[in-house]
Design a protein around this ligand. Sequence first.
Ligand SMILES: *Cc1c(COP(=O)(O)O)cnc(C)c1O
Length: 357
Amino acid sequence: MPTLSEYMEEISDIWDSRWMTNMGYHYKKLTEELEEYLKTENLTLLVNGHAALELSIQALGLKGEVITTPFTFASTTHAIVRNGLEPVFCDINADDYTIDVTKIEKLITDKTTAILPVHVYGNICDIEAISDVAKKYGLKVIYDAAHSFGESYKGKGIAEYGDVSIFSFHATKVFNTIEGGAAAYKDANIGAELRKLMNFGIKDEERIDGVGCNAKMNEFSAAMGVCNLRHVSVEIDKRKKVVERYLERLSGIKGLKLPNYSRIENPNYGYFPVVIDERYFGKNRNKVFDDLKNKNIYTRKYFYPLTNTFECFRGKYNSKSTPVAEQISQRVICLPMYADLNEADIDRVANALLEGR
Ligand SMILES: *Cc1c(COP(=O)(O)O)cnc(C)c1O
């Protein structure tokens, strides 16, 4: 969060203009500033990342089947299903947990219309391979880039890839607008469609030509984003220090697979996922989770359960078809990760993790 006084200063004009929502001054300001930060020319802000995803699918007019992974937040799969489409689950690779590009082609049928991969933990998917398959079969690509705010790939902003890339600005993410999200796209028509869909399908004062919903970002959220964007680079630098200390404390320990940020161009250090192999480490993931919780250290089993095992999908999908995702989800734990995490606390986390093996 910015300081209270910085935020108050930013929102004070709203008391003069009385313009609280519907694409006002702060909405436009944040749009421009984010386009610059994310190095993209086409960005639309929405009420949250999920709405950005759900409405992007609708804007692209997808039908039938969408190839995706189950190793993600509920939002990714739900956005597909809530559009009346069928998610087809592709496995992930054991290396960086993004979609296993060698397994996509086998899953394509005559009903497939798109691929929806996730840059999970900020690890960038094999974009070249994905775009090759997409071209070969005439498929759309939507990246769930919720974790890769500000990252680049081959010198270009990550927002520049796919037909659409969506971002989340939820309070828990590296950059936040309290709640918020954005879609970046190449084709300006998609932007026009999104702006319509996020405002009830209203085209102009007298015409409504889409079955839209209400997914606009309000001025108070946008103002929060304007403030937070001033500090995000410093925040990311501080996260880098946290990562360095974690790596110092946990490198070389048998049975712990640590995140590898070196392959990401300007990583945002959003998450610190550790994959635990009980055979070498001596404790399993659930024991680690409980040990830390007993010491008031709250970790997350991201991403467990897999989305293809959710109760709401019971009997529909089989996680045996994504064995790598299944194994990683049983073994992974995300350690506390935020800019102000101090060295003493990092050491407390590391000690609790390593104890009692
Ligand atoms: C957070 C998140 C979303 C949803 O974003 P919200 O802003 O919370 O709606 C979607 N996908 C992934 C991978 C996320 O982590």
